[in-house]
Design a protein around this ligand. Structure first.
Ligand code: HGY
Ligand code: MN
Ligand code: MN
Length: 416
């Protein structure tokens, strides 16, 4: 029979169809923040495709959805080999981030099923709630709960950037399921994902064999000053929350430059109150995203940021409060599985390189409980978290074929 290959037309069609849910006019991108109506609609569409494939669907207490497929001779008592990712997006998201990994998982199953083949182990495909963390922090929320890294009750109480809470929104969109959290531990977890960075494209390489994920630190900083008249208030009498927020924002860039190496830092969200041209801001809320492959350096960056904030708040006589929104140490994936990604890429005559991930992913949570690895495909211009995010059908076909071989071997699928 020779090696199995995916039907990339079918996969490309599903990616396009799912991208119509929450489509951003005039772009290829979509907007499906976690637990919004758009997210719910996308969830229902993917579940329909899972049902069409005859998969058993489990929805757990945090809204994770895991479809499991059995061939005619599959041993239902064996642990599943799992793949998947997320289908929630950032507000200005692309159609590939997360969605590719979920839909490629369905394509793997359809390719095996239509050959009438039967793996020894069941094969599962999951999409996990709120991977992006943009509406409800931390990121990778659903997979963190799935692997027991955060209690379900605490997760359900998380407040969003819009004042809503996870549990109520899950009820509202009817995705607060009954399946247990933590969920069943898979034999292995493999995630196909776009790189979301410039490396593979720059080096003209088709596959990334991802061996690690860098450390992530998200902090929300709230500054309380005093609103006052922008024209009449002498500068020495101001307690300007807006100015403090601006100083912190430019400090993050200076700090990152000073540390150098792999350090990155982003202030992605700043809200001022009352946010008016002629009023000294009484309140500012901003987020700082710091990341590094080396956790000791990341800790030092966090400390330097904290010291800067404390000194500034004394100087401007404002109240400043820091809250940790997310903190994940760097993660290393399974050596043997990384080797398998390289082996299968070479077997398929596809270029491959070992690399780390700058972004967080659900696979890093599964690495806590089972062997896990990721497969990257290139991002055009290294762009992501942007509606213009793009990866070609051929690149997706290559990545999906590597995923297919991995899943086939791990699930004990033997065909001549
Ligand atoms: O923020 C991240 O790394 C991912 O997109 N959740
Ligand atoms: Mn993602
Ligand atoms: Mn993302």
């Amino acid at each position: 029979m020779g090696m199995l290959h995916v039907n990339s037309e079918r996969l490309w069609g599903r990616i396009s169809e799912l991208a119509q849910v929450g489509a951003i006019d005039g772009t290829m991108g979509c907007s499906r923040l976690a637990l919004t109506d758009e997210d719910a609609e996308g969830r229902r569409l993917v579940i329909t495709w899972m049902q069409d494939l005859g998969m058993d669907i489990a929805i757990d207490g945090i809204g994770n959805v895991v479809g499991t497929w059995y061939g005619p001779d599959t041993d239902r008592h064996l642990p599943a080999v799992m793949t998947g990712s997320h289908i929630d997006t950032v507000k200005t998201g692309g159609r590939f981030d997360g969605n590719l990994g979920v839909l490629a998982g369905l394509e793997v199953i359809e390719t095996i099923a239509e050959q009438g083949l039967s793996p020894q182990h069941p094969i599962s495909v999951g999409f996990f709630t709120g991977e992006e963390g943009s509406r409800y922090a931390p990121d990778m929320l659903g997979s963190l709960v799935y692997v027991g890294g955060l209690g379900l009750e605490s997760a359900l109480e998380i407040k969003g950037i819009d004042g809503t809470n996870v549990g109520e929104e899950l009820e509202r969109i009817n995705f607060r399921g009954q399946a247990p959290c933590p969920g069943p531990i898979p034999k292995a977890f493999i995630e196909l994902h776009i790189e979301q960075g410039p490396i593979l494209e720059a080096e003209n390489i088709a596959i990334g064999a991802v061996d690690s994920v860098q450390g992530i630190s998200w902090t929300q900083i709230t500054i309380e000053g005093q609103s006052n008249h922008a024209g009449t208030t002498p500068m020495h009498m101001r307690h300007d929350a807006g100015w403090v927020a601006g100083e912190i924002t430019s400090y993050v860039r200076r700090l990152v430059k000073e540390i150098g190496g792999n350090q990155v830092g982003t202030v992605g969200k700043i809200d001022l109150v009352p946010n008016l041209v002629n009023v000294v801001a009484s309140k500012a809320t901003l987020t700082v995203d710091l990341r590094n492959t080396d956790d000791e350096i990341l800790k030092d960056a966090e400390l330097q940021l904290a010291n800067f904030c404390d000194n500034l708040s004394t100087q401007e006589e404002v109240k400043l409060h820091r809250e940790v929104l997310a903190r994940f140490e760097p993660v290393t994936f399974d050596d043997a599985l990384v080797g398998d990604v390289i082996r299968f890429s070479e077997l398929l005559d596809i270029s491959v390189k070992q690399m780390t991930s700058g972004a967080g992913h659900d696979a890093q949570m599964f690495a806590r409980v089972c062997p896990a690895v990721m497969i990257f495909v290139p991002s055009e211009n290294g762009l992501s978290h942007n509606p213009d995010e793009f990866t070609s059908q051929k690149e997706i076909e290559d990545g999906s074929n590597v995923l297919l071989q991995m899943m086939a071997e791990l699930s004990g699928l033997h065909y001549d």
